[in-house]
Design a protein around this ligand. Structure first.
Ligand SMILES: Cc1cc2nc3c(=O)[nH]c(=O)nc-3n(C[C@H](O)[C@H](O)[C@H](O)COP(=O)(O)OP(=O)(O)OC[C@H]3O[C@@H](n4cnc5c(N)ncnc54)[C@H](O)[C@@H]3O)c2cc1C
Length: 370
């Protein structure tokens, strides 16, 4: 038995928990089936928008998201300092816009809900929204400004997490898919990967959409996670085209510091199908053009897709399992970049014997087995 923790899966979640564990003095080994950070964590838009994305009846998710937002500035500061690189964390805020009178009623309805939850939001008339973002379509009817919705360049975030993980002494094995978990009467499960068995004091599963596919965990022990496909694209605009995240009923648009506008994303239940479709890309381009007409003349820079890890109730699965010394952090669905700091900080504490905070209770892996 080796000392420390073995982690399966090197997306933002596995890397961030690994980095935080290392900072607490825990030896960490991470096994990644391909290159680290190239799945959902690479594909995302990087919006950190618990307020703008608030959904009715999802108060627990909102609480988790707000908890993560509170931790984001310090998390980024420590990461940038450890990794020696920037992750382009931007705090200009978000605008949810309606481009048609029919959409305005829905926007108003959500605004009243946000107000009832005492979230920081401000109602803007179309003209006021255009003053804030001159590139917005003259058709904008109204908007809700949420100053606390931020963004981060998620590709830089995974690169920085990898650098910080390695600098803190983490052992990283890429191109090493875990083929099976082996349960033992005492202690954490071991795993089979790269023609050998790895057995450590603690095991953490952070394999994103693949978390339920590794043989060895059967029945109720298996985390039920499915891939939810998202097609997404980037438009090469000028650096000053937009400053805020823009959300319309059809798309969201996230402006990067290098001038790229990230336009996302489809939500499709298609299994692990990586096809980019004309229809999917068309809907995104049309949605972006309706909000920001000037994109019509701009170069299309990139198109790609990724798989959001969605659990049975679409809420994350974070915490200790029924199996001794075996932990899970997956199912972050549409908010994994947002929920990285809270997941990493809380999990690294729990894994080394700390008590889970009360706000984590709804996300326990045990909710599917009890
Ligand atoms: C199009 C799109 C847009 C999104 N936009 C946002 C957004 O704006 N804001 C936000 O907060 N979230 C967003 N998300 C969601 C976010 O990307 C995810 O919730 C988050 O990246 C999940 O991180 P992860 O580390 O759990 O998964 P992943 O990044 O998928 O990492 C899992 C890793 O495990 C590895 N792995 C799998 N199986 C094995 C195995 N058997 N052995 C070893 N390694 C294995 C994989 O190769 C992968 O590297 C978006 C997602 C998509 C697809």
């Amino acid at each position: 038995m080796n000392k420390g923790t073995l982690i399966i899966g090197g997306g933002v979640i596995g890397l961030a928990i690994g980095w935080k564990l290392l900072l607490r003095g825990e030896p960490v080994t991470l096994l990644e089936k391909g290159d680290t950070g190239r799945e959902a964590s690479w594909a995302a838009a990087g919006m950190l928008a618990p307020v703008g994305e608030v959904h009715f009846q999802e108060d627990q998710n909102l609480r988790l998201g707000m908890e993560s937002m509170r931790r984001y500035p310090a998390f980024v500061e420590a990461l940038e300092s450890d990794a020696g690189m920037k992750v382009d964390y931007r705090r200009e805020g978000g605008l949810s816009v309606s481009l048609h009178p029919d959409d305005t009623a829905e926007l108003r309805h959500r605004f009243e809900y946000q107000q009832a939850l005492e979230l920081p939001v401000r109602w803007l008339r179309g003209g006021e929204a255009q003053e804030m973002e001159p590139a917005l379509s003259p058709n904008v009817v109204a908007a809700v400004y949420s100053p606390d919705d931020h963004q981060v360049d998620n590709r830089k975030l995974v690169e920085a997490l990898k650098a910080a993980f390695l600098k803190a002494g983490g052992a990283l094995h890429e191109q090493t898919p875990v083929e099976r978990l082996v349960l033992h009467e005492n202690g954490a499960p071991s795993v089979l990967a790269g023609n050998r068995e790895w057995r450590h004091q603690r095991l953490l599963l952070t394999a994103g959409s693949w978390s339920g596919m590794i043989p060895g965990l059967d029945g109720a022990l298996r985390p039920w996670v499915r891939p939810v496909k998202g097609q997404i694209l980037a438009i090469q605009a000028g650096p000053e085209t937009l400053r805020h995240n823009i959300r319309t009923p059809d798309v969201y648009i996230v402006p990067r510091l290098d001038g790229r506008l990230i336009v996302g994303a489809t939500v499709e239940e298609m299994g692990f199908d990586r096809t980019l479709t004309v229809g999917g890309i068309f809907e995104l381009v049309r949605g972006a053009w309706r909000a920001i007409p000037a994109v019509y003349e701009m170069p299309l820079a990139e198109t790609w897709c990724g798989f959001r890890p969605g659990s049975r109730d679409n809420a994350p699965i974070i915490g200790e399992t029924e199996i001794p010394a075996f932990f899970i952090a997956t199912g972050h669905y549409r908010n994994g970049i947002l929920n990285t700091p809270v997941t990493a900080e809380v999990m690294s504490e729990i894994m080394l014997g700390g008590q889970p905070p009360e706000f984590l209770a709804p996300f326990s892996p045990l909710r599917f087995t009890e």
